[in-house]
Design a protein around this ligand. Structure first.
Ligand code: KPL
Length: 311
């Protein structure tokens, strides 16, 4: 079984490392496909460096910047940021064969429309509450345990379903908590609530996930942002499985030391996923005639920070 991870950021490295651990037992192979040739060469030499609780481990993977070298992908994890989905799909197009399972792993809901651009591949979606912090090229700190869900938005054929279950089993063998969900849309929204409540606020307050809980005013803003997203979800008929605010607080605690992906983006002066997270809530709310002032304000403040990059 050939697993290909496109985008070796924090999440891509975590998924790659865990698949490499799991695939070793299942005789699969793991490739990293990276548009950055220098980084691909470095990962090829050093492997993926996985750090947990202060201990580092290097996991051998193959890495390249040339899709032709990979040949084929049985399962392709698209771990790039939502802002890069379109260009990455073009980049890895040669690997997307009939029956390739293409798993979108973006935060937010902005990428859901791209499932029509999967070519011959079968689109699936994933979301995770694992805390992962990038430590450098191909290096990741597993900063907090979470749970990962994988699933299809459209009913799959039997072979694709079996492939997704096999993938989940491989990640489990690597030590992640992974389930195949029959209602991934609900899970994607459940993850959206968490990102709505955490990511932008960690940028605005320049803090780790856990620190958000220390200030009453910040907790109030988190609660209000999540409540707006919940109202939109309910109006759209999305099921709510757990209390969104309580879940957000639990994720803050479980990933207390993690630097959120949005804060990692801002530190590196990269465009953030604000449009796919709080921005998506605002867009959906507008269609439904619902007011979302807290999310609008979060979007405005993050965009103002992005504008300072060029100064
Ligand atoms: O998904 C995350 C992110 O940083 O994007 C959380 C769960 C908030 C962990 O940091």
């Amino acid at each position: 079984m050939r697993y290909v991870i496109v985008g070796p950021g924090a999440l891509g490295c975590l998924v790659g490392a865990k698949l490499a651990q799991g695939a070793a037992a299942a005789a699969g192979d793991v490739w990293i496909l990276d548009h950055d040739r220098g980084r691909a060469e470095q990962i090829s030499r050093q492997g993926l460096v996985y750090e947990k609780s202060g201990r580092q481990q290097s996991l051998a993977v193959k890495a390249t910047a040339d899709p032709g070298e990979v040949g084929r992908a049985d399962i392709l994890f698209l771990c790039v940021k939502s802002v890069s989905v379109q260009s990455s799909l073009k980049f890895c197009r040669p690997l997307l064969q009939a029956q390739t399972l293409l798993i979108f792993m973006q935060n937010g809901i902005g990428h859901l429309d791209y499932r029509d651009q999967s070519g011959k591949a079968v689109p699936a979606f994933g979301c995770t509450s694992e805390g992962a912090t990038s430590l450098g090229p191909g290096q990741v700190r597993h900063a907090g345990d979470g749970q990962t869900f994988l699933g299809f938005l459209d009913p799959p054929d039997n072979a694709s379903r079996a492939l997704l279950e096999q993938t989940a089993a491989c990640m489990q063998a690597g030590g992640l908590k992974v389930s195949v969900s029959e209602d991934i849309l609900t899970r994607l929204w459940a993850k959206l609530f968490v990102n709505v409540g955490i990511n932008a606020l960690t940028v605005i307050h320049d803090c780790r996930n856990g620190d958000l809980l220390d200030i009453a005013e910040v907790r109030r803003e988190m609660r209000a942002a999540v409540a707006e997203a919940q109202e939109v979800a309910l109006a759209k008929g999305i099921s709510i499985i757990n209390d969104p605010y309580e879940t957000t607080v639990s994720v803050c605690r479980a990933t207390a030391l993690n630097i959120s992906s949005m804060r990692q983006d801002v530190v590196k002066k990269r465009l953030t996923e604000i449009d796919a997270i709080n921005g998506a809530v605002v867009r959906e709310a507008t269609k439904l005639g619902i007011k979302t002032p807290v999310n609008e304000s979060l979007v405005r403040r993050i965009k103002a920070i992005e504008r300072t990059y060029s100064l």
